[in-house]
Design a binder for this molecule. Structure first.
Ligand SMILES: [Zn+2]
Length: 247
């Protein structure tokens, strides 16, 4: 993952699945809006604020050059839209166009002419920047960002697919994901893979309670996903080795 922002996540929101979207949007916005340096990005939680229907959602600090977003109870897409808005203010600040003199209190967007102009621009450019980013992402990776829910793909499969696409584009490796879906996946193991864990259940032979069987056999989705994952890594390893030998 290319880390565009230095994210300080004090919000308690789990962003392990969505962090790449923040960085991707940041990179896109930089090209589109033309700011130089990424601002610091703080994700915050404020319980009291979250209770208010019109509570604050985000702000830009021109001195500290940081964007702060309140994330409580918000959809990721909404949080990202806030980010795009604040990045316009960051651009204005870098260009000396964020006129932060004059009235700053309640109703500044109506009472302070300069800030009203900055705000207009942030709503228009921020939302359009977000929209353009979203659309190009969906066109680029329709399965991952658009249709994966429709296709009933599990999050794990979705991640795996993304990993495959990255490997593909970075190293030119062609992966065969079909192997994952076959019931009898007789993947030919390398000799050194076979020895320490003969039955391939992830438990080394010296600790194996059920030789020839999967010690971790459980019927729940979780264990199935774990198995899928370890099998996936084996498949990747084999593919990479195979293709390296060819080169
Ligand atoms: Zn604003």
């Amino acid at each position: 993952m290319v880390k565009f922002f230095n994210i300080k996540n004090k919000s308690g929101m789990d962003i392990s699945d969505t962090e790449h979207l923040f960085h991707d949007l940041g990179l896109f916005a930089q090209k589109k809006l033309g700011f130089n340096k990424p601002p610091a990005l703080n994700l915050m939680s404020d319980g009291k604020n979250a209770m208010k229907p019109l509570g604050k959602t985000a702000y830009y600090d021109p001195q500290g050059m940081s964007v702060t977003i309140y994330t409580d109870g918000r959809h990721t897409k909404d949080v990202l839209r806030s980010l795009a808005h604040e990045l316009v203010h960051h651009t204005q600040n870098e260009n000396g166009m964020l006129n932060d003199s004059g009235y700053h209190g309640e109703g500044y967007a109506q009472k302070n002419k300069n800030l009203r102009q900055s705000e207009k621009e942030a709503y228009l450019d921020g939302n359009m920047c977000f929209r353009d980013w979203e659309d190009q992402l969906k066109q680029e990776k329709p399965t991952i960002y658009n249709e994966w829910r429709i296709n009933n793909m599990s999050t794990k499969d979705w991640k795996n697919k993304e990993l495959m696409e990255n490997l593909n584009s970075k190293f030119g490796f062609k992966m065969n994901l079909k192997a994952l879906n076959e019931n009898k996946q007789e993947t030919v193991l390398e000799e050194e893979d076979k020895k320490p864990d003969e039955d391939g259940d992830g438990v080394p032979d010296y600790a194996d309670e059920k030789p020839g069987e999967d010690d971790n056999q459980e019927s729940d989705e979780d264990s199935k996903e774990k198995m899928d994952e370890s099998r996936l890594y084996k498949i990747i390893k084999q593919e990479v080795l195979k293709q390296l030998r060819k080169k």
